[in-house]
Design a protein around this ligand. Structure first.
Ligand SMILES: [Zn+2]
Length: 331
């Protein structure tokens, strides 16, 4: 949606006054947010008695209600910060305007696991976006797929934390970015789900990038199991948080070993191809994986490449690197 210009707002304000919500009604709307999550109050941001500011806010609210203006949520920096850290990012439709109101000042990042299905890259994405019958979505700002892709779900506040305390911060939903990483949460038995190196590496780098952005120390990266009260209420994530934080701190300090980087060209001079690329070689791949031949590496092509990789025991990252090229060229 196109942002509305200030002159349009002023001309709207000069127009004949319309019946508006009373302060009491507005407070009632605001209060309904309090029934969920950690009870953090959504601040309406109005200084009482400041009439022109109040009128402008009312106008903006009316325009938003009429679909003329999209309210800006705070966490719109998430994808760029992750991309700058060299991570894979998939923005989900509508993420910029999704949230249970806006977040407050972000103090840290909270690690979760989805306790979702054993197979698939990010089978919990729908639930994280839309919520469950007992808890409205979004349930996190970010999802982390098994292949290390960050799915950006929301730019506002999310219901991920519940009651708890970490380093004196008790407003989990408003003060922490929630990352839900795809994992069954089982460490033994038929649903055991060992964390892959690629997913854990992305998890640490994503947390380090967010903490660097908000100028927080690695101690502000907590597990849901560490924050949640009463103690023992949550078990996620299954990995050791002290060790995880040490590695996050090393990344932030620049002392961690470099991550594995896919070479731009393989030994046969074939370029690494990924979503967004185009050209004749993309057409060759599309024929091999059985999607319509458009020459543009789109979402459908990426999904088909992932499936091909899964079927052939390769890392299902949807990227045509040297190993996938070698396997696909042999077909
Ligand atoms: Zn959790």
């Amino acid at each position: 949606m196109k942002p509305i210009s200030m002159p349009a707002i002023w001309s709207f304000m000069r127009a004949k006054p319309r019946p508006t919500q009373s302060c009491r009604q507005r407070r009632a709307v605001s209060k309904s947010y309090e029934q969920h999550g950690d009870g953090q109050r959504i601040d309406e941001g109005n200084a009482p008695g400041h009439q022109s500011t109040d009128r402008l806010h009312t106008t903006i609210r009316l325009l938003a209600a009429r679909g003329a203006l999209t309210m800006t949520l705070s966490l719109t920096w998430l994808p760029i910060v992750l991309l700058d850290a060299g991570l894979k990012v998939a923005e989900q439709l509508g993420w910029q305007t999704r949230g249970r109101g806006d977040s407050g000042t972000i103090r840290g990042v909270m690690c979760h696991h989805t306790a979702g299905a054993r197979t698939g890259n990010m089978p919990s994405l729908g639930v994280l976006t839309n919520g469950r019958s007992d808890l409205p979505g979004p349930l996190a700002q970010l999802g982390l797929g098994r292949d290390g892709t960050f799915f950006v779900i929301a730019a506002g506040r999310a219901n991920h934390a519940g009651v708890g305390n970490w380093q004196g911060v008790t407003t989990g939903n408003s003060s922490f970015v929630g990352i839900e990483a795809e994992n069954t949460g089982h460490t033994s038995g038929p649903l055991a789900d060992p964390w892959s190196a690629i997913q854990l590496d992305a998890y640490r780098r994503g947390c380090a990038a967010i903490l660097t952005k908000i100028r927080a120390n690695a101690i502000m990266c907590c597990g849901h199991k560490e924050y949640a009260l009463p103690q023992g209420r949550k078990s996620d994530p299954t990995f050791d948080m002290d060790e995880f934080r040490l590695q996050v701190a090393a990344i932030m300090a620049g002392t961690a070993p470099s991550p594995y980087v896919i070479p731009a060209v393989d030994a046969e001079d074939r370029p690494t191809l990924r979503r967004g690329d185009s050209g004749e070689l993309v057409e060759v791949i599309q024929v091999k994986v059985g999607v319509p031949r458009s020459g543009s590496f789109d979402a459908a092509t990426e999904a088909a490449v992932r499936q091909f990789q899964r079927d052939n025991g390769l890392t299902p990252d949807g990227i045509l690197g040297p190993r996938t090229w070698a396997t696909i060229a042999a077909r």
